[in-house]
Structure formats: C-alpha cells, structure tokens
Design a protein around this ligand. Structure first.
Ligand code: NAD
Length: 479
C-alpha cells in the first residue's frame, strides 16, 4: 500500500460516516517519512451535541438488548477485525510507524478484547442476599452506568480504544470516544467493524478535534456518566478533576516509569532477551516499558555491555519494511523531547553507552539508547522518557533495590529477575506497582487487570474489573 491509499479520516456519529467537508482539519503524518498522508476532521460543537444525543439514545436501545444479543454483535465485529487485520495493520503502520507485524498483531488482538468482553458481559450476574426477614428478598443488580466518554492516545491506537470500547459495550453502555488525532484510522477501523457487525446507531460515536476542547465539552455534559482516559499523568489529573466536580467516576491509565530490578542470581541472558523485546517494541512508546534498570553491583557492567550490544544491533527503519525491528517515534515532538532528556542526563554525569541521536533527516527516528550510572538529579530519572531509552544504576541489596523502585510517584508496571523465592515474595509484597513481571514480561490481555497505583492512575482497562468499572450496583428490596 502506498500513502495515497490512506482513506480520508471521518467522524462517526449516530451511525453516520461524516467527512471533513465544511470542517476544520488537522494533519495526519506518516512518522517514517514526515509526509502528510491525510487530514482528520475537527468536530464542531453541533457534531459533539449530535454525538452526545446519539449516545443517550443509543444507550436506551443497547441497555435493553439482551446480553447474548449484544455479545453476538461484539463477536461478529471481532471476527471482522481478525479477517481485516492484514489490511488494517498497514493503516496503523502508515499513521503510527510501528513495524507492520506488530500493527497486524495489534489489530487482530483487538478482536480478542471484543470477544472476551462480549462473553464477560453475559456473566454480569449480581447476587441475592439472604434476608433477615421472612418473605423479603434482597437483590443486588449490576446495571450499565450510562454513556461513557473515552480519550485514547497514539501509542497503541487500536488496542487501547478496543479495551475501552469492549468494556463499555460489553457492560451495556454507549460511548463517545475521542481517539488520538495522529492515528485516526486505527480507531475508526474498530467502529467500522462494529457498524458492519450490526451495532445499533449511536451506541458508539467517534469524534476528533482539539483534545482539551473536546474532553471539556464531553465530560461536562450531563449525558456522560463515566470518563476513561489513557495518556500522561498531567492530563489525567486535569480530566479527573473535571469528572470529580460532576461526581463522575473515572478510569485513569496514566504514565509509568517502570523499574527493572535484576539481582546477581538472575539468568542474565534471559533478562537481556526479555527486556530487549519489552523495551523496544513500539519504539519504547509504551506506558509499561521497562525504563529504570537497577542492577545489583556485581552484574551492573556485564548487563549493560550485553544490553547495549543487543540494542545497537536492532534494525531501525520504515515499519512497512518487514525486516525492520523498530520504527520511528510517533510524532515530531517526541524526538526533541527525548534528545533533550538524554543530553540533560549526560550533563548530570551519566555515561552514554549506546545510541543517543536521531537517525535520519526524514521521519522521526531515534537510536535505541542506553544511559548508564545516571544520577537521580537527571530529569530522565523522574520524567517518563516514553521512547527507546533505558537508564541504569547499581544497587547493594534487596532493601536498596525496593527503595529505588519505589522512589517515584508512579506505580504502573515493574519487572524483576531473580532465582530466589524469598526475594520474589518480598518484591510481590513491597514494590508499589499495579503490575509486576518476575522473570517474565508483564503480559497484557483482556482477562487480566491493567492499571496502576499512585500517580499512574486508578481503575483497570482489563479483566472483570474493567467491566465492573462500567457498571453500578442497584440494591432492590422486595417485600
Ligand atoms: P500529551 O499529554 O499532550 O498527550 C497524550 C495523549 O493525551 C494524546 O493522545 C492526546 O491527544 C491526549 N490529550 C492531551 N490533552 C488532552 C486533553 N486535555 N483531553 C483529552 N485528551 C488529551 O502528550 P504527548 O506529547 O502526546 O505524549 C507525551 C506523553 O504522554 C508521554 O511522555 C507519556 O507520558 C504520555 N502518554 C502516555 C500514554 C500511555 O499509554 N499511558 C500514551 C501516550 C502518551
């Protein structure tokens, strides 16, 4: 596929596909070339009002439909996504940059989310509570909370919307979603599959625009009953405040700065191989990407040498080339954001073991980068780099490692490598984190919880917890 084959992005409101005519537009760039490949329409206030009205009406239809009928539609959409994944994955690579195999896998994986939430919605059972009085019945009935407003980023431009859409629709809610303007088709493809699968009009509405304008408008609307966001902690706090003022629950999946604790009894080859894959997938633009590598004194240098050698061998380039292992960063602002963090770390006393530079003039590429012995005063030790960069320090013992892991306000994902059952137990108990992978990367999937603690947010985008997050319990007493 060439860039001319990138279809014009649209809005999807009340079951209608709406093109950009008569509306402002924002550019969509191919991050591998820097070229503009399309323009995404900016929703007007009238569009947003129509989307909200459609979500209110769509909710009334969808919540009354039986769980098994809702499930059938989600499952049909899941099958369509799997069938279409090879074509849709190419759109994701064009607009986001990730290697084509990763993009196709992402699209097919969205089907897994729809399938799982389709089935989980059929098991939203509620309970009957034994009564203290004869002849009285106590029922606890879970109900869909209502229309949900969702805001999703550009790094997993299909997966993240699919989780939020799957949970909301599986629970019987309707939704207005504003995916990232940089990557519109990855999310529109999900709406297209649901539309083709027979989703009633208005149950899902997709809009684009200036993020702060759209989120303020939607969150403050009385129609919206729940807010869900994935993105930076700073923006998450703004949106959570808007939601809290209107007493709306919010799921916030925010920034991380994942520590990796590698003890001197660990299998280093396995640690290098697993952390290479986890770090450089999607050019490190992953909220759970391993970043702060704390290495026990005696193995620090050995690990850094092996990891830097492996990182330097990665094949970087346009994700459309199937031999490429790491694509560009997703947008132009990420390259200076990262190079400035790297030079700040070197100025603070870190050693640049490999990488550190943009790769070419065209596109938004950065070399895989390893910074060793980085002092805590460097900005990158506290700010999430969100790119293909790791930082290292050495540690003395278990207590020192845990203190280092917990020193930031973030708590999304953490990693550790050790053969000691005692250390594993201590890490499970003491590391302040939403998810921890011990001798294995943190795996994300529909059936497991996905979310953080502390400044990394609250709520879950996976597992039964995500469905419960879109429901409220009603207590009914029958005399
Ligand atoms: P950003 O904070 O400007 O935007 C992040 C995402 O939030 C984008 O998709 C953007 O469209 C959206 N957004 C921004 N302001 C918004 C608002 N007021 N209302 C609704 N949505 C809004 O940052 P960026 O330059 O795009 O990315 C930089 C940082 O964002 C990264 O360093 C990382 O910390 C964070 N980020 C996190 C994730 C994640 O998966 N948790 C994904 C993308 C970006």
């Amino acid at each position: 596929m060439v860039d001319q084959d990138y279809p014009a992005p649209q809005l999807f409101i009340a079951g209608r596909w709406i093109d950009a005519v008569g509306r402002d537009t924002l550019p969509v760039l191919n991050p591998a070339t820097g070229d503009e490949i399309g323009r995404v329409p900016v929703a007007t206030t009238a569009d947003l009002d129509e989307a909200l009205d459609a979500a209110a009406k769509g909710f009334r239809v969808w919540r009354r439909m039986s769980a098994i009928d809702r499930s059938a539609i989600l499952r049909r959409a899941a099958n369509l996504l799997r069938e279409r994944a090879p074509v849709l994955g190419r759109l994701t690579t064009l607009e986001q940059g990730k290697p084509i195999a990763q993009a196709i896998m992402e699209m097919a994986g969205c089907g897994e989310y729809f399938d799982w939430f389709a089935e989980e919605g059929r098991r939203a059972y509620g309970r009957v509570v034994p009564s203290r009085q004869p002849g009285v019945r106590h029922l606890v009935i879970p109900e869909p909370i209502g229309p949900v407003a969702a805001f999703t980023p550009w790094n997993f431009p299909a997966t993240i919307p699919s989780r939020k859409i799957g949970a909301a629709l599986g629970a019987g809610c309707s939704m207005v979603i504003k995916p990232a303007e940089e990557t519109p088709w990855s999310a529109l493809a999900l709406a297209r599959a649901l539309d083709d699968a027979g989703l009633p009009k208005g149950v899902l509405n997709v809009v684009f625009g200036i993020p702060a304008d759209i989120s303020t408008y939607l969150i403050t609307s009385p129609i919206i009953r729940k807010v869900t966001f994935t993105g930076s902690t700073a923006i998450g706090k703004q949106l959570a405040r808007l939601a809290a003022d209107r007493m709306k629950p919010a799921t916030m999946e925010l920034g991380g700065h994942a520590p990796v604790l590698i003890f001197d009894d660990a299998d280093l080859d396995t640690a290098v191989a697993m952390m290479m894959a986890a770090k450089f997938r999607n050019a490190g633009q992953i909220c759970i990407a391993p970043t702060r590598f704390y290495l026990q004194n005696s193995i620090h240098d050995r690990f850094c040498t092996a990891f830097s050698a492996a990182a330097s061998r990665l094949i970087i380039g346009n994700g459309m080339d199937s031999t490429v292992q790491m694509g560009p960063l997703a947008n132009p602002r990420r390259v200076p954001a990262l190079t400035s963090m790297i030079s700040d770390a070197v100025a603070a006393g870190a050693t640049l073991a490999c990488g550190g530079n943009p790769v070419s003039n065209a596109g938004f590429f950065l070399q895989p980068t390893v910074l060793t012995n980085v002092p805590d005063t460097a900005r990158i030790m506290s700010e999430e780099p969100f790119g293909p960069v790791i930082v290292t320090q050495s540690f003395d013992d278990l207590d020192d490692a845990i203190a280092k892991a917990n020193r930031l306000p973030f708590g999304l994902a953490s990693y550790a490598f050790t053969r000691s059952a005692k250390i594993m137990r201590a890490l499970g108990d003491e590391v302040e984190t939403g998810m921890i992978g011990i001798n294995f990367p943190v795996l994300t999937g529909p059936e497991t919880p996905f979310g953080g603690v502390k400044d990394s947010g609250h709520g879950s985008d996976g597992g039964p917890e995500a469905l419960a997050g879109c429901m409220v319990n009603k207590y009914i007493v029958e005399g």
